[in-house]
Ligand binder design. Structure first.
Ligand SMILES: CC(C)(COP(=O)(O)OP(=O)(O)OC[C@H]1O[C@@H](n2cnc3c(N)ncnc32)[C@H](O)[C@@H]1OP(=O)(O)O)[C@@H](O)C(=O)NCCC(=O)NCCS
Length: 176
């Protein structure tokens, strides 16, 4: 099974959510039962990378996915040299709420591809509605190491997880 070239919006009729397994039950449950509902409710958007070939049920395997949503942070959570230039009201950011790769593809570079596509997507949104940064709340130390490898920095503790961020100024350098 190989992955196709383009990410597309999650479509329950087209993408086989049941067979997705990234090894982390919270993320499996999210894509299987919550992602579509969250899109219907208008609170996040989930983009999936389907397989090139269909499964026997005629649906496409979900090789990887990411989910994004608008969010905000308080300036006090930022390092002092960044926060002093910002207003005292909530600072708009994008939340990279979920990102996972099917375990059949772990270690094949798809995590990197998926993260770059998520950043590119949010960079495109930023052209229309500005945000200061992208934040991600890490499920595990291993996830934290993955994001830090790509330039995310520690912001604060948030709901028992380590929250990382990357500024849109840094993201800009990837896409201009
Ligand atoms: C974390 C995850 C997305 C990585 O996907 P992957 O396809 O295995 O990663 P890649 O093959 O693209 O690896 C890209 C780079 O990140 C590194 N990397 C991958 N997983 C890593 C991890 N857990 N910790 C540290 N570095 C990691 C790789 O060594 C590679 O480095 P290189 O470019 O120098 O060779 C995947 O393992 C996954 O879905 N895990 C379960 C869900 C999860 O933890 N998601 C995180 C969001 S909360």
């Amino acid at each position: 099974m190989s992955w196709s070239k383009t990410f597309e919006e999650l479509d329950a009729a087209r993408h086989d959510r049941e067979s997705f397994d990234c090894g982390a039950s919270e993320l499996n449950v999210f894509i299987q039962t919550q992602a579509a509902k969250h899109m219907q409710a208008g609170i996040s958007r989930t983009m999936v990378l389907p397989s090139k070939e269909r499964l026997s049920n005629q649906k496409y395997l979900i090789c990887s996915f990411y989910s994004v949503a608008p969010s905000s942070i308080c300036r006090e959570t930022l390092p002092a040299q960044l926060s002093k230039k910002l207003p005292h009201y909530p600072i708009p950011v994008f939340l990279l709420a979920q990102l996972a790769v099917h375990k059949a593809f772990h270690g094949s570079g798809l995590g990197k591809v998926t993260l770059v596509k998520a950043l590119e997507f949010l960079w495109g949104v930023n052209a229309h509605m500005r945000a200061y940064a992208i934040v991600v709340d890490c499920l595990t130390d291993s996830a934290q190491m993955f994001y830090q490898k790509f330039g995310f920095e520690i912001l604060c503790e948030h709901n028992g997880r380590t929250r990382l961020f990357i500024s849109m100024k840094t993201v800009e350098q990837l896409f201009i």
